[in-house]
Ligand binder design. Sequence first.
Ligand code: NDP
Length: 400
Amino acid sequence: MAKILCVLYDDPVDGFPTTYARDEIPKIEGYFNGQAAPTPAAIDFTPGQLLGSVSGELGLRKFLEASGHTLVVTSDKDGPDSVFERELLDADVVISQPFWPAYLTAERFAKAPKLKLAITAGIGSDHVDLQAAIERGVAVAEVTYSNSISVSEHVVMMILGLVRNYIPSYEWVLKGGWNIADCVSRSYDLEGMQVGTVAAGRIGTAVLRRLKPFEVGLHYTDRHRLPPDVEQELGVTWHPNVQSMVKVCDVVTINAPLHPETEHLFNDELIAQMKRGAYLVNTARGKICDRDAIVRALESGQLAGYAGDVWFPQPAPEDHPWRTMPHHGMTPHISGSSLSAQTRYAAGTREILECFFDGRPIRNEYLIVDGGKLAGAGAHSYTEGDATGGSEEAARFTKS
Ligand code: NDP
């Protein structure tokens, strides 16, 4: 029988919900590319309920315990004295979400001799030292596509929020003001602007599709070019590298995974090549941007605004400069954890576990590492290596 160690974010400060804002969520059976939504044999939760926090348990307890497995759920994930590190010693499977990542560094792998599978409940397995997983023969799987559309909606919201100066205008309302001039002196229309995405994978192309009706110029750069008919349908211009794309863009959105190729891609040098007053939206991974270079660019006016929901490390310490830099529209890491998305990635996590316990292959599109090498989606989008360096700083966060 296996031990499954599941790291989830804390319950709401005012308690686990007993009622919800809506009675139902739309049932999504498949995605744009024809991939089927998760197909577990059954689920033991109500779609649309909170599953990603500790008491939600991703809806897994009944299923796992019925088969005699042990499920340990905790939010205490950082530092050598954490529950996660103590429970890791004899864990067979680790599950965590990128929103509240249980960093699986090489040191932690070394403490987990029984570990066979690391599941990302969501998308983006950069919190796992993939190199160490490869070397130790531990499989890594994520629920590909489960929250890609959720994130693309967030990207569009954040682009509009920055360009139209939504958050500062909302704040004038809270302050009791009617300060039109204060609000509009940084407010523009998106119409006619040039918008580019770094990566045109599932999220990147969904962003392009959603932005097309806004009558903007669309651009992308990616290691693999989109099929010509898709480029034509979207009216999108391909750039051979990020440098040539950012030069012509008023808005840049980052939708690539974090791996050695993209770590600190947006540094002083690249940002200096952007148009003065460009907006940067990053819902991919915090570490794709150089933290201090972003602050400098906002302070100097090189960037007119920065928004996103991804930080490094996570949770971000109280004194992380992105909390207080000017003209930002940051949220905690939430875009891929809407109640709608949770329904899909909880079901996908269960599907992966069912396959693992039954000895059936895990869907190829869910695989990141398998058999001691990058596999499936991982072989397509990642490079070997480790992007977890510095994650121990997450232990500095104190709950409020
Ligand atoms: P996909 O795998 O569909 O797309 C990733 C794309 O990035 C691929 O097209 C890949 O190219 C491209 N890419 C990889 N390296 C580079 C590079 N150096 N330059 C340009 N493009 C590159 O994943 P998704 O679109 O579903 O997700 C993308 C990322 O978004 C995830 O890895 C994750 O980090 C983040 N994410 C964030 C969430 C949130 O809640 N904020 C939720 C979900 C995901 P190719 O395959 O063509 O080589």
